[in-house]
Design a protein around this ligand. Structure first.
Ligand SMILES: [Zn+2]
Ligand SMILES: [Zn+2]
Length: 268
């Protein structure tokens, strides 16, 4: 599998849209890996994960053709992952298609947002639930329950193809025992995991800071979910965490965790 990280920023990206903190200023001045658009990824060029506000810019930057997408999987309803207005551009009158060229998979909350936005539009949306596996083309996908929004079944995604396994875990929070118990039964070839709060734990339990991210990875290594050679990459970084890309490399490197960046390709 080939996973391309299209965006690796938190809710308002880096530089934060209206922020003038140190990390945002550094990113504005230096560009490169310090500029992070809102979190999204595409697997093997066809399986799109989340639809952030920068989708159009991300596909131009990385020379990706959205017409190749066969499936669009939403992780949860937050607007940095679910820019619902962008879906309309896949349909008439913006293009000649009178039905969506890709399937949408989403939890109940996201489906509610899509239905409210497009009450009359022809769209087939498949509802997904934590730990209920489904198949999309060559992919077997199991939504893994995140601990991110109270009252919403937010998903991290276990994606399998040809015996290879990836867990895409943005907006995880501290997983519950149920999620850890499930993950104990899985051996991952690669993990993409959020590290939103960087050096600055926010008190909000729905995200991980560096310490919690490292602890989570260590726990997965202890139980064999991650082999010593499984690749671990971070995503969903907030400027409020106070960590530049080079800081993340310095702090995460010794733990064999690689900070992700926009456009990064992971091959397993
Ligand atoms: Zn998010
Ligand atoms: Zn979120």
């Amino acid at each position: 599998m080939k996973i391309r990280l299209l965006g690796t920023g938190g809710a308002d990206g880096i530089p934060g849209l209206f922020s003038n903190d140190e990390v945002s200023r550094y990113a504005r001045a230096n560009g490169g890996k310090d500029v992070r658009t809102r979190a999204a990824a595409v697997v093997d060029g066809v399986l799109k994960i989340d639809l952030p506000p920068e989708t159009a810019m991300q596909v131009i930057r990385d020379r990706i053709d959205p017409r190749d997408w066969t499936g669009l999987v939403f992780t949860h309803s937050h607007e940095d992952h679910c820019a619902v207005s962008e879906i309309q551009y896949a349909l008439f009158p913006f293009v000649s298609a009178d039905s969506l060229p890709f399937s949408i998979y989403a939890n109940e909350a996201v489906i509610g947002i899509i239905k409210a936005r497009y009450p009359e539009w022809p769209m087939e949306v498949i509802q997904t639930k934590s730990f209920e596996t489904y198949v999309h083309g060559p992919f077997t996908i199991t939504p893994v329950q995140a601990n991110h929004i109270e009252g919403e079944d937010c998903h991290n995604l276990l994606i399998e193809r040809d015996g290879q396994k990836l867990l895409y875990a943005t907006d995880t929070g501290i997983w519950t025992a149920t999620t850890f118990d499930f993950l104990k039964t899985v051996v991952l070839d690669a993990l993409v995991i959020e590290c939103t709060d960087g050096f600055a734990p926010s008190g909000y339990q729905g995200h991980l800071d560096i310490q919690a991210c490292v602890r989570t990875v260590q726990m997965l290594r202890e139980v064999g979910t991650l082999r010593p050679d499984s690749q671990v990459v971070t995503t969903h970084h907030s400027h409020s965490g106070g960590a530049r890309h080079c800081d993340l490399e310095r702090v995460l490197g010794p733990h064999n965790i690689e900070p992700g960046f926009d456009g990064m390709i992971i091959e397993i």
